[in-house]
Design a protein around this ligand. Structure first.
Ligand SMILES: NC(=O)c1ccc[n+]([C@@H]2O[C@H](COP(=O)([O-])OP(=O)(O)OC[C@H]3O[C@@H](n4cnc5c(N)ncnc54)[C@H](OP(=O)(O)O)[C@@H]3O)[C@@H](O)[C@H]2O)c1
Length: 340
């Protein structure tokens, strides 16, 4: 794994302190999410929406009138029923998926193509902080798979299935709102700035680790995810014409279930710290909903928000050379595993 000199996200304590101090830094909002930012007539696919941020996103987009498809590992059908009840929108659907398993991702992509295409907005949200390394059914490391590689496979399958369709100027849906260009949104993290470099030689290779290394690796996989989002946006906006917008963001610290695998001894303390200092999932969802529903970002090829502030991603992530390299390695691994 690439060594990291900044040490801000190298362990759970420094990561938590960094998250809290970031919340108090001065922010210049990129824009404002308005009640009039509606999603009527749009289909929004949000994964990892059984819990935390993803669940709050599903409720909010449902309230804004979208047809919502929740791709989840657990909570089927009860979390979908809760979203319907909270939002008052009955047009909420659930599909099962385990992002640690390539076969499951392939089944999900086919179900989306067959049952819910076209998709207007995809929100890739699922993520984990495991207490130790675990092998996936295909022999990969679970956090590498869930936090990065599943997204490469999933998005490419959906693109191959042509599920993202821009609305044509003749579409009757144009009368409902002014969003025409499909959007893909990645829930990333500021911890993507932590690693000093990529470790291309070790790409995708399973390695054992314990909880002490989890947070550092989490930042590394978020760097891979952010680099992927930059490369994807370049590929989806050839010659300056945006076919699909690609957005990435960090919600800041969220009072969710993300620390569910932290040692039992620390759980009560974390619950208190998260409850006092971290944002509720509903508040943390605002920048995601802004990127999903606001006309301000219509037709942009790429954007990155930290909370509601627009920022440059780390230069390692935006460097096209790194984007190309990551894409090549990811494609090669996908082919070896017969995934895409
Ligand atoms: N919490 C924070 O402070 C924070 C800060 C920055 C970024 N983020 C990012 O925000 C996103 C949402 O996390 P959260 O904070 O809301 O945590 P959370 O409450 O634990 O939610 C994580 C979601 O991901 C799903 N998931 C995990 N592994 C999966 C798998 N193999 N297949 C399918 N779904 C899977 C979970 O499903 P199950 O319920 O079935 O496990 C759950 O719905 C993550 O990408 C995380 O990295 C969080």
């Amino acid at each position: 794994m690439a060594e990291s000199k900044h040490k801000k996200y190298n362990n759970p304590v420094t990561a938590t302190i960094t998250g809290i101090t970031d919340l108090f830094r001065k922010q210049i909002p990129a824009g404002e999410l308005k009640p009039s930012d509606r999603l009527d007539g749009k289909t929004v696919l949000v994964d990892g929406s059984s819990s935390g941020l993803g669940f709050a996103i599903a409720c909010d987009v449902a309230r804004r009138g979208a047809r919502v498809v929740m791709a989840c590992r657990s909570g089927i059908p009860e979390q979908g029923e809760r979203v319907k009840k909270i939002s008052g929108n009955p047009d909420v659907h659930m599909l099962p998926v385990d992002f640690a398993d390539i076969d499951s991702i392939c089944k999900l992509s086919t179900a989306i193509r067959d049952q819910y295409a076209p998709i207007d907005i995809l929100i890739c949200n699922a993520g984990i902080v495991p207490k130790e390394s675990r092998k996936t059914p295909q022999g990969l490391e679970e956090m590498f798979m869930v936090n990065y590689f599943s997204k490469f496979i999933f998005v490419n399958l959906l693109l191959n299935h042509k599920v993202f369709n821009p609305q044509t100027p003749n579409s009757s849906l144009l009368t409902l709102n002014s969003l025409h260009v499909p959007r893909i949104i990645f829930v990333a993290s500021e911890s993507h700035r932590n690693p000093d470099k990529f470790d291309w030689e070790e790409f995708g290779i399973y390695k054992d680790y314990k909880i002490g290394k989890s947070i550092e690796l989490y930042g590394y996989y978020k760097l891979l995810l952010t680099t992927f989002s930059c490369e994807l946006s370049r590929r989806l906006s050839p010659s300056g014409e945006t076919r699909i917008s690609v957005f990435s963001m960090c919600p800041g610290p969220v009072n969710s279930n993300i620390a569910r695998e932290a040692p039992k001894l620390f759980q009560p303390l974390l619950k208190v710290v998260f409850g006092i200092f971290f944002k509720s999932p509903e508040k943390a969802a605002v920048p995601v909903i802004y990127l999903a529903a606001s006309p301000d970002v219509e037709g942009k090829s790429f954007d990155y928000l930290f909370l509601m502030s627009r920022k440059e991603v780390d230069e390692k992530a935006s460097d096209p050379k790194n984007g190309m390299k990551l894409w090549e390695l990811s494609e090669k691994l996908s082919q070896q595993l017969k995934a895409v």
